[in-house]
Ligand binder design. Structure first.
Ligand SMILES: Nc1ncnc2c1ncn2[C@@H]1O[C@H](COP(=O)(O)OS(=O)(=O)O)[C@@H](OP(=O)(O)O)[C@H]1O
Ligand SMILES: Nc1ncnc2c1ncn2[C@@H]1O[C@H](COP(=O)(O)OP(=O)(O)O)[C@@H](O)[C@H]1O
Length: 185
């Protein structure tokens, strides 16, 4: 346990449009009154921390590694860090989980699952249309792999359950681990 007792990394993984940003915003609203919280969203992180990285395997691994490093720094000081990144490779997610474990920090992996057909139908950003037309190489789920987690702490099925249901399960997972209490003074 770290000195301040309650820093953690809540890692949301899933394909584009699965609902990572939506769930992270909902989680932030619920957690903020209780404790310090930061959201690290792939889209935003790529504008700052990992600007210049692309979507090759090597670049995605580097992206995830840097996010994991900063998340650990924050969590070590008692912040509840919510990461929302596709993070498609099992080995990368295992690496950041290990980083957290080495620092004595809780790591809670949340898999946001939705069938590809549902994501194509949603297509919030119009990226699937482009990818299916062959205009976006290395697009996760279409022309690039997504390795689903085998044993995530929580699975959220965003195409078949309301946001609130998944949200409550994630909060319950934090509660069970004693991570919802306000940070000790
Ligand atoms: N080729 C390709 N594949 C997947 N996603 C793409 C791609 N090109 C751009 N985008 C946009 O980048 C966002 C994903 O960035 P991440 O940092 O989360 O990706 S990763 O974890 O490094 O795999 C992702 O955001 P989300 O839709 O919020 O997941 C997309 O908007
Ligand atoms: N549990 C849910 N039930 C129904 N629709 C959802 C759910 N979660 C997310 N969505 C919808 O799916 C889309 C997901 O977008 P977003 O959160 O930006 O995904 P991501 O960050 O994974 O790319 C949004 O339009 C959102 O309203």
């Amino acid at each position: 346990m770290n000195r301040q007792g309650s820093g953690f990394i809540l890692w949301l993984t899933g394909m584009s449009g699965a609902g990572k940003s939506t769930l992270s915003r909902a989680l932030r609203s619920r957690l903020e009154p209780l404790r310090p919280v930061e959201v690290m969203d792939g889209d935003e992180v790529r504008t700052w921390l990992t600007r210049g990285l692309g979507f090759s395997r090597e670049d995605r691994e580097e992206n995830v590694r840097r996010i994991g490093h900063v998340a650990r720094l924050l969590a070590r000081h008692g912040v509840g860090v919510i990461v929302a990144a596709i993070s498609p490779y099992q080995s990368s997610r295992a690496e950041v989980r290990q980083l957290a474990a080495d620092a004595g920090l809780a790591f809670v992996e949340v898999y946001i699952e939705a069938p590809l057909e549902a994501l194509i139908a949603r297509d919030v950003k119009g990226l699937y249309k482009k990818a299916l037309a062959g205009e976006l190489p290395h697009f996760t789920g279409v022309s690039d792999p997504y390795e689903a987690p085998e044993a995530p702490e929580v699975t959220v099925r965003s195409s078949s359950e309301p946001l609130e249901a998944g949200l409550e399960r994630v909060l319950a997972a934090l509660q069970t681990r004693g991570l919802l209490a306000p940070r000790a003074a």
